[in-house]
Design a binder for this molecule. Structure first.
Ligand SMILES: NC(=O)c1ccc[n+]([C@@H]2O[C@H](COP(=O)([O-])OP(=O)(O)OC[C@H]3O[C@@H](n4cnc5c(N)ncnc54)[C@H](OP(=O)(O)O)[C@@H]3O)[C@@H](O)[C@H]2O)c1
Length: 353
């Protein structure tokens, strides 16, 4: 797997909530070197002037970089990481792929296109085979690979091993989603302080369709979505980082709690086998203390901070083959920049980029 040539990368939307996470993870990265960072209102400023949190976690040389205009005509790079708003991503990512560039995107614009991989590296790396389908169908040399919505990621990771071992018929999820999931500056303070908002525009639809695509099987040139009844209620709460999700699920086959503990705690994928730089040792951390996981205490848990999903409150539900649990996933790390960087590391290791 050893490759000594570093790829030159650009981060589009580097000044936003998701973009800044990329720059932490790409600081002194062994495979990637950041050459360009772009934005809109912050063009011309140095990154250090716009960083909102954790400046000390970003390499000094990156903090000194100047934010450029997001111009597809002028910027060249081996790889583009896109943390653009979806409306902008729709045009810009396609223009880049047409020009032969490779794009890994956190935006929702292309996630549900049938020829676009929607990837969680531990869950569905085989879906990267869609890259060739996309190139053939769209007649472009570049490609777009997407990563899921921040609420989808934790859910799909936890469902995957249970789905593989026992089958899943039905899932009911209630989310408590952090403010950073809405970008910066996000939800107005007077709307959210001492409050919960039981609606996030288009979120429930996204989590549902994306989860079924990710758990689906690649059949020839298409993905057959998983056949699970998914019912999601999304809520915005006034935490800063980390989406908490209360999950009820009914499996096809009977299980014991011990079996569930074992398959969750031992779940791993290619990133762990290949020991990729951003791969956490444990994809899922079981924490069965009675009041965990909690966003403030646990959202940076794990060997690579913020990349593990923490699961607690495991218990059998009253109906047949039913399980309840609470999961916590860091929306800006595993759910955005970290997930995309890990996807790129896997593609680099497998010589897809
Ligand atoms: N926040 C999360 O937890 C999360 C998780 C998963 C996926 N995502 C996705 O990541 C993307 C970015 O989200 P975010 O939360 O980081 O949003 P954000 O904080 O609002 O940041 C948006 C970024 O895009 C730039 N931008 C805005 N309009 C632009 C334009 N017309 N041309 C070029 N750049 C433009 C902004 O630049 P300026 O600051 O310079 O104006 C900023 O860097 C979205 O597609 C979102 O769905 C976010």
């Amino acid at each position: 797997m050893i490759r000594l040539d570093k790829l030159e990368v650009t981060v589009l939307g580097a000044s936003g909530m998701a973009g800044q996470e990329y720059l932490k993870l790409l600081s002194n990265h062994p495979f990637f070197e950041v050459k360009h960072i772009t934005g809109k209102s912050s063009v011309g400023k140095k990154l250090k002037e716009v960083v909102k949190f954790d400046e000390d976690k970003i390499d000094e040389s990156l903090l000194e970089m100047t934010i450029e205009k997001t111009e597809v005509e002028s910027i060249k790079s081996d790889l583009f990481f896109s943390a653009l708003p979806s409306d902008e991503a729709l045009h810009i990512e396609q223009e880049l792929a047409k020009r032969g560039f490779k794009v890994i995107s956190d935006a929702s614009a292309y996630r549900m296109e049938s020829d676009v991989p929607l990837i969680i590296p531990e869950v569905n790396p085989e879906h990267l085979a869609l890259i060739e389908v996309q190139r053939k169908k769209r007649r472009w040399d570049g490609f777009i690979v997407t990563t899921p919505n921040c609420t989808t990621v934790g859910l799909a990771i936890v469902l995957k091993p249970i789905y593989s071992f026992f089958g899943i018929e039905e899932v009911v999820v209630t989310t408590m989603q952090a403010l950073s999931g809405a970008g910066y500056p996000g939800v107005p303070s007077l709307d959210i302080i001492a409050n919960v908002i039981p609606y996030i525009k288009e979120e429930e639809e996204k989590v549902s369709s994306e989860t079924l695509k990710i758990l689906g099987s690649l059949e020839g040139e298409i993905i057959k979505p998983a056949s699970i009844s998914l019912n999601i209620s999304c809520n915005r709460v006034s935490t800063i980082n980390g989406h908490l999700e209360s999950v009820f699920l009914r499996t096809k086959n009977d299980f014991s709690l011990e079996e569930i503990r074992n398959i969750l705690a031992s779940f791993k994928g290619k990133p762990q086998i290949l020991k990729l730089p951003s791969a956490p040792e444990k994809v899922i951390i079981l924490d069965e203390r009675k009041d965990r996981p909690q966003p403030r205490l646990d959202c940076m848990a794990g060997s690579v901070a913020g990349m593990s999903v923490v699961v607690g409150r495991l218990r059998k539900a009253s109906s047949r083959n039913s399980l309840m649990l609470t999961l916590l996933s860091n929306n800006v790390v595993r759910g955005a920049g970290g997930g995309a960087v890990l996807t790129a590391e896997l593609m680099f290791a497998e010589k897809l980029i």
